[in-house]
Design a protein around this ligand. Structure first.
Ligand SMILES: [Zn+2]
Ligand SMILES: [Zn+2]
Length: 183
């Protein structure tokens, strides 16, 4: 579901851009990256966590699917109404690749629960269970990536396109730039 290179949406001009491997490598030392269109710069502590854990999320998502369970969808909400979207307080939807059963579980606190108790994550219908090490890595990466992205103030991590939803760019754009960069 998650692409190798994540996409960011600039909260100043609304431009979407990918964080390629090269950008990620360069940003790792500097903990900053900028919008290629308007040069709006994103800095801060969330970048380090995001850059470190996003590739691990991509890998562990593929692995946990091979071992029986896929993340197939998640809710997206703007919990504070400031155009900063996340799946916090939303539900994650999973599918068992063994029996095709689908089910939902809240992201928080269940993600933390599965990270701490990976043996408890299994298909509720046929009890298909990935390797607990994979489960732990997946939920840890999911949580760390999310927490990193949640600290971004100048971009929104595009969590819309992985689930086939259109990003509400007008809501994502900071209000103070709406006149300067009309969308
Ligand atoms: Zn921009
Ligand atoms: Zn099953």
């Amino acid at each position: 579901m998650f692409p190798d290179s994540p996409t960011m949406i600039c909260r100043r001009c609304g431009h979407s851009f990918q964080l390629t491997d090269q950008v990620r490598r360069e940003s790792q030392g500097m903990t900053r990256f900028e919008c290629p269109s308007c040069k709006y710069e994103t800095v801060g502590s969330g970048i380090r966590a995001f850059i470190k854990f996003y590739p691990r999320l991509v890998q562990s998502e593929k692995k946990i699917a091979v071992e029986g369970i896929s993340l197939i969808n998640y809710g997206i909400g703007d919990i504070m109404g400031l155009g900063m979207f996340s799946w916090l307080k939303e539900k994650m939807q999973y599918k068992c690749n063994h029996c095709s059963h689908t089910w939902q579980a809240p992201f928080d606190p269940d993600t933390l629960h599965y990270k701490e108790n990976p043996k408890s994550f299994h298909c509720p219908s046929c009890l298909q269970k990935p390797d607990p090490k994979t489960t732990k890595e997946f939920f840890m990466s999911l949580n760390q990536t999310f927490e990193g992205a949640f600290k971004f103030t100048h971009v929104q991590w595009d969590i819309f396109s992985p689930v086939g939803r259109e990003a509400p760019v007008k809501k994502i754009q900071s209000k103070i730039y709406a006149t300067k960069f009309p969308i």
